[in-house]
Design a protein around this ligand. Sequence first.
Ligand code: KG4
Ligand code: ZN
Length: 378
Amino acid sequence: MSAPHAKLILGIETSCDETAAAVVDTGGMMRSSVVASQHELHAEYKGVVPEIASRAHAERLLPVVRAAVEEAGVCMGDLWAVAVGHKPGLIGSLLVGVAGAKALAWALGVPLVGVDHVHAHLFAGFLRGEDGDAGDASGTASDHALIANHLPAIGLVLSGGHTSIFAVHGPGEVERVGATIDDAVGEAFDKVASILGLATPTGGGPAVERLAGQCGSGRAGPGQGAKRFNLPISTLGPHSLDFSFSGLKTAVLYAACGVPERGESPVPGRVLLDEAGRAELCAAFQRAVVDAVELKLRRAFAIGPEARSLLVGGGVTANRAVREMLARVAKEHGVPLVMPPMNLCVDNAAMIAWMGALVLESRAWASDPLSLAATPTT
Ligand code: KG4
Ligand code: ZN
């Protein structure tokens, strides 16, 4: 049930290759969430083509916004504010969302709030759905007091563009304390899928997870992928909270396609392993990712023992082995894990609307619909 005086906020998300819009109320209740994925448009290029992405956003934005408003059972005039993911991301894609959001907010005469996409992932676990299918902190009133009870928190975003650890003091007070120095973890999943020549209709990560799953639990133990393939994890020294996945990705390339030192010329997609070998390699890769993230997370808890919860989000937190590890680490540290359901781990506009509502209600935002800028970096 929605709170009786909850106000409605429209969220718009176009930072990469998903055109998304959602209506969420100020109590964190998700009224609608529409995501138009562009996976099929980019598939043949093995990566997101920025020009194609921004053109598709321009074509789809208004139909997707209309669908979100309709699905919520409201009309445009009921909206109290518009939130848009305005950083970070592909600049051409962000510009489409920001221009659309500005026009809507201006036409409706409502405030416009710019949201950091990565920070929005952190708070997605507090959203609630009409049928109760929301984040792990839901089940009670998902209001500001509930969020305050979870702060300060350690935040972790594992996505296709970002792999970062945060000290989270509030919706508008998110301090990055660690980040990848090269590939993002989702990018590594995508590249491994490409190296192994996997069909990726819904993205590289799910394809790698599926194949890894053919090795028992998908978390390779002794005798499975972890033993046959000895993949490295970068610790980056004894205290670093940063990540590095490019060495791991190269190790997968050599294990799958040949080692230059042996006179072989590894070519992504030209795989020397049989089906079982590929599955074992996926399991070993997934195991190495889980171990690398777990190591840095434990370090973060050791440095910041005052954390009252673990907030996580981003596409890679849809991975079952990753989710199991996160639950285990949170339990061992005696804090709740606030993790969105799978559909809200990946990019969506409900998290943007919700973050916008939190920022607007905390009065940490002065709306100026005409001057909000799209920014490719954080
Ligand atoms: O958060 P997101 O939707 O977009 C960004 O903000 O980047 O994350 C997308 C990333 C992709 O790299 C995708 O391969 C990865 O999340 N991903 C997964 C899984 N589902 C999505 N990685 C591993 N296992 C999954 N099940
Ligand atoms: Zn994202």
